[in-house]
Design a protein around this ligand. Sequence first.
Ligand code: FO1
Length: 339
Amino acid sequence: MTAARGGFKKGGRGAPAGPLPLRLVVLAGGVGAARFLAGLVAVAPDSQLTVIGNTGDDFTVHGLHISPDLDTVSYSLAGLGDWERGWGLKGETWGAAEQFRRLGDDTWFQLGDRDLATHVWRTEQLRRGRPLSEVTRRLAERLQLGFALLPMTDQSVATRVLTADGRDLHIQEYLVREACQPEIERIEYRGIERAQPGPGVGEAIREADLVVIAPSNPVISIGPILAVPGLRAALMAAAQVIAVSPIVGGEAVKGPAVPMLRSVGVAPSAAGVAAIYADLISDLVMDQQDAELADAVAATGVRPHLCDTLMVDQAARERLAAAVLAAASIPPVRSAQSG
Ligand code: FO1
């Protein structure tokens, strides 16, 4: 990443001018964002990358603070993640989970032995009074990520799923323990009104040449980030914001985006994704399988860009990242692998 670039205006399609490194910001959930980022860091020109991560999924298990989306991004980009499972570390063993089970603790949310060390370490740092942003900065440094990973906020926010049968579930209970089965009545980002953008979050968005909304779940991964007071306004003032649709052919690439979008009254399609982000984005990168939806996307005032968005391997991740840069008129530093 050595070439140098400068800024351009919102919706601008001309080549960026000037000698500054490109300032890229990615709004990220878990696995979809991690895959996209693996492509982006490979093809982006000389740039300062800031990843703003969802913490609405954060959870306490066995007394430990878990930040699933931050960990999925950091493990994956540090080359330590289990790409197949989509979460946790590769080469994991499960001795601690077995012992927790023996001791009578709930083990539906599995912590591998190596992963456990991260949570013990993070919890201890938090216990010493360090904010999550500081703890995450130290973790990113130790894993040599090479980019800034910022939690969306230092305050505690919990994504809750209120079910049609009257239950109030933490998002992890809904996703993992209940395997996304309950009918959703409503989704809440509890605590969001007291949240402030984490240190550096607003500045990174304001100073960015390009903000990319990763192909993550718009409701439970990106929704909490957008709901942090002040961040929508910062995005509306940003130079250029482009999203990647996580919905292909009416299906989520992974996870429960379809019932989630329905629960907020949005069609589970690329056109629905365009509608949900329409006031923030100038462009949507969407799958070529959804070509017939391009006009519906354009009708929301968002420019559609068609390509293969399925990130089946590293070559595909790089092609998608290159397509996003192309949508912003930024040539990749090298051609994406042809596969
Ligand atoms: N997902 C599962 O489906 N089952 C698990 O037991 C599980 C454990 C887990 C532990 C640490 C971690 O960082 C993530 C974990 N995940 C697990 C993934 C996670 O719950 C979700 O995929 C994300 O929160 C959604 O973005």
